[in-house]
Design a protein around this ligand. Structure first.
Ligand SMILES: Nc1ncnc2c1ncn2[C@@H]1O[C@H](COP(=O)(O)OP(=O)(O)OP(=O)(O)O)[C@@H](O)[C@H]1O
Length: 404
């Protein structure tokens, strides 16, 4: 339904996107995921026919977005990052107005306006002035105007930005409800948005697509390693040696003494690292049991989409990253002992970017100080920051804590 090939866009000397290519099949929801400035809005605007590409092609339902732009506009609904709404109109009045300027027949409009309001949960607000609506309801009006003419393709640019957690859930449900009948592409810099809402994800970084797959496949294929936690009773060194001989396994390490002590005498816990494409869970269990060791627990630790995203998008930024220079010597030590020394600081960069974007004009260093303080007074700081930056998505901030 959407086919993009070799798409590039240059603004003066800035190359916003380069050689972007992806497809979205009918009925799919594709999440277009990337950090700030990655080129998401540029791509969405080209697809919606609002911006010409410098080179390459994009087709929607077989029509070229540039040369057949009228045919394309009839077949798409577009929610820009900041939807243009007429604040002095009522919800219903505005939707009728949009129907008229989109060229819908007068006889079709009342029916389609009714359906759009129903689907977007706007019936009870139909007579309210848009000026009086909350941000979440305004976003619903933005989505309603995008679907008013029942387009087969819907393009949503950052549809949940600036919403509170409850509104985010509601808008995500609304988006999921549109799938199937419609083909959707939504851009976002919020990872949970993709795993919760989308069948497929395209990750864009510095203007280029670095991965396209289902969230599940990305997690299993692009995770650098697959890790198991094993609890066995018996000779720990023997267990280590036996597992280390399995072809899929790269190394076996005993877990820390703290972790061992919680699990009774005679038992030990091991961390088993395997190649990401292999799944040797069965072989691990069989090897231990056949060699007379008692297996108490075998748990696979899935690589998160967040880790995949960071692996793909932070290589260059990591060494002199935000955060690392703000860590205390102890915290730096902890960072440098992880397998990917800058992974933790990369998380902080990611959240720092988001803070900057949402607060608009944070002075330099504020995000870093935020994360340093977060490590010390996590709960209090999150609450305070939530009040200061109501549009920032801090719901995941606790996962970005500094090393203890
Ligand atoms: N009109 C413009 N003129 C010059 N440069 C631009 C213009 N619009 C975007 N850019 C640049 O193109 C690059 C991609 O911007 P774009 O807005 O597409 O990114 P994005 O992924 O949507 O970012 P965000 O999540 O912050 O909105 C950035 O470097 C940006 O500064």
């Amino acid at each position: 339904m959407i086919e993009v090939e070799h798409l590039s866009k240059t603004y003066g000397s800035t190359e916003a996107i380069r050689d972007v290519a992806f497809r979205v099949e009918t009925g799919e929801i594709l999440g277009f995921l990337g950090p700030n400035g990655a080129g998401k809005t540029t791509t969405m605007r080209i697809l919606a026919g609002y911006l010409p590409a410098t080179s390459g092609t994009a087709r929607i339902a077989g029509y070229d977005v540039h040369s057949d732009s009228m045919a394309v506009r009839q077949r798409i609904g577009y929610l820009p990052e900041n939807p243009p709404l007429y604040l002095e109109m009522t919800v219903e009045g505005f939707l009728h107005f949009v129907g008229r300027i989109k060229g819908m027949a007068a006889g079709d409009r009342p029916h389609r306006v009714q359906i759009a309001m129903e689907r977007c949960g706007l019936l009870e607000k139909r007579s309210v002035l848009i000026r009086k609506l909350s941000k979440g309801y305004r976003q619903r009006v933005g989505i309603a105007q995008a679907i008013i003419h029942d387009p087969p393709v819907i393009i949503l640019d950052e549809p949940t930005v600036g919403l509170d957690p409850r509104q985010i859930i509601e808008v995500r449900q609304l988006i999921k409800g549109l799938a199937g009948e419609h083909t959707l592409i939504l851009s976002t810099h919020i990872l949970p948005e993709v795993s919760v809402t989308c069948n497929r994800v395209a990750i864009i970084h510095q203007g280029q697509i670095v991965a396209t797959d289902s969230p599940q496949h990305l997690m299993s294929n692009l995770g650098r390693e697959l890790t198991y936690e094993v609890e066995v009773a018996g000779d720990q060194q023997r267990a280590q040696q036996l597992l280390g001989q399995l072809p899929a396994i790269t190394r076996v390490e005993p877990l820390s003494q703290d972790s061992q002590d919680q699990h009774g005498p005679g038992r030990s816990r091991l961390q088993v690292i395997a190649h990401p494409q292999e799944d040797p869970g069965h072989a691990i269990a069989l090897t231990l049991v056949q060699n007379g060791l008692e297996l108490y627990e075998l748990r696979r630790q899935q690589v998160s989409l967040e880790e995949v995203f960071l692996n793909l998008t932070t290589q260059e930024a990591a060494p002199d990253a935000l955060g690392i220079r703000w860590l205390t010597p102890r915290q730096s030590r902890v960072c440098s002992t992880t397998r990917q020394p800058h992974r933790r600081s990369a998380k902080e960069i990611w959240h720092g970017h988001r803070l900057r974007k949402h607060s608009g004009h944070l002075p330099a260093g504020t995000a870093e100080l935020f994360f340093l303080a977060l490590g010390l007074h996590r709960r209090r700081i999150i609450l305070a920051a939530g009040g200061l930056f109501p549009s920032a998505d801090l719901t995941r901030a606790p996962t970005a804590s500094l090393p203890k």
